[in-house]
Ligand binder design. Structure first.
Ligand code: SAH
Length: 366
């Protein structure tokens, strides 16, 4: 008798050791896991019946207990600049987004880790949606698997960034196994320098990540001092800059990483003055840090506007003059609301605990 679809194990959620155990449980040899992964990730096959080098009776048992299921596509949008945005189904009416950004020398896939986000950064569209739930490992890996299948052959995914909806480190339990699959030679086979996890600064989880993963780290800093950062990135009240930066340097030490990227959204007359650039340079100078300045992307209802281009250049020059590497992120996919901070999906908020305008509780997974 076959297991109902909802109870079948989604193989996209199993890193190699777990897949080996699963295969063994079905009475086959663990090395079959590698054969399976080869079908799933190298050939992009979801059909277990097509995996003809696996013994027929094993395939039958496998098909009864397992499946390969990526999130369903609700809508695809193409930007004039080649950027593609997918709206993917979570459950019922809920959906989350994924974006592919083609560049001459690479293809970057920006994936989500949660349906919504609980962290409430004041300049982010996802925050306005509230938080619904964590994505599963299979849903996180399934985004990459799906994009690799959906994109035309000349559009390859060479880089993956966890910069879509959600705070990846608040979904530590599901994100870490997903990273393992993305890096595994038998999985998505991406180099660790081409997978970037971006966090708003969950300090304890940065230390935990340092012990178990070695992907590139990006941190959403956005302000050079606690007073302003408390306002823009409220998690700063719990984990201030003086705790955040040592966690970043620790991560690099443990992982033999080259540098941490600090994201800094450019908000007109809020955080973009030359004095603020100098304060930022003082924080980062002498450390293995790069600053990525992100021109603010507006969304309905926001109180912020984007810093003028000349102000952004000046800010960058102040950093460069002080020996801090800085680049300006080119805005992509704006015409389809696919740019940084514009991903909204469809989220039914259910866990952010608010009192008036103040968040008094946040669903962060231990
Ligand atoms: N929660 C994680 C992952 C999101 S990454 C994090 O905070 O890092 C998305 C990046 O885009 C973050 O650096 C985020 O701060 C930035 N961002 C959010 N809203 C934005 C907006 N409206 N314009 C430009 N960048 C934005």
């Amino acid at each position: 008798m076959s297991t109902p679809a909802a109870e079948r194990t989604n193989l996209l959620g199993l890193p190699r050791p777990a897949l080996e155990a699963f295969v063994a449980q079905l009475g086959s040899r663990p090395f079959r896991a590698r054969q399976l992964m080869n079908w799933i990730y190298k050939r992009g096959t979801a059909e277990l019946a097509e995996m003809t080098d696996l013994a027929r009776d094993f395939r039958t048992r496998l098909a009864a207990a397992a499946e390969v299921r990526a999130p369903a596509i609700v809508r695809v949008q193409h930007s004039a600049d080649g950027t593609v945005k997918w709206l993917l189904r979570a459950d019922g009416a809920q959906a989350f987004e994924m974006v592919f950004i083609p560049e001459p020398d690479r293809g970057t896939l920006c994936i989500s880790s949660q349906v919504g986000c609980a962290l409430d950064c004041s300049f982010c569209a996802t925050a306005q949606q509230g938080f619904n739930r964590n994505l599963t490992t299979a849903e996180i890996v399934g985004q990459v698997w799906l994009a690799m299948r959906e994109l035309p052959a000349e559009r390859r995914v060479t880089n993956v960034v966890l910069m879509g909806m959600g705070e990846p480190l608040a979904n530590f339990r599901n994100v870490v196994p997903a990273l393992d699959i993305l890096l595994d030679d038998f999985g998505c086979d991406l180099s660790r320098r081409r997978v970037t996890l971006s966090t708003s600064g969950l300090v304890p989880q940065i230390y935990r990540l340092a012990a178990v993963s070695n992907v590139a780290l990006a941190v959403s800093l956005h302000a050079p001092d606690d007073a302003l950062r408390n306002e823009l990135v409220p998690i700063n009240r719990k984990h201030p800059i003086a705790e955040l930066l040592p966690a970043c340097w620790h991560y690099l030490d443990e992982q033999n990483g080259r540098s941490v990227t600090f994201e800094y959204v450019m908000l007109d007359a809020v955080n973009d003055s030359p004095a603020q650039a100098r304060a930022l340079a003082r924080l980062l100078k002498g450390h293995p840090a790069k600053v990525n300045l992100i021109p603010f992307n507006p969304f309905p209802g926001t109180r912020y506007t984007r810093s003028p281009a000349a102000v952004i250049q000046r800010f960058r020059d102040e950093l460069l003059q002080r020996g801090v590497l800085a680049t300006v992120r080119r805005t992509r996919g704006e015409d389809i609301d696919a740019a940084c901070g514009q991903l909204a999906g469809r989220v039914i908020d259910r866990t952010t605990v608010r009192l008036g305008n103040k968040i008094i509780g946040v669903a962060v997974q231990p």
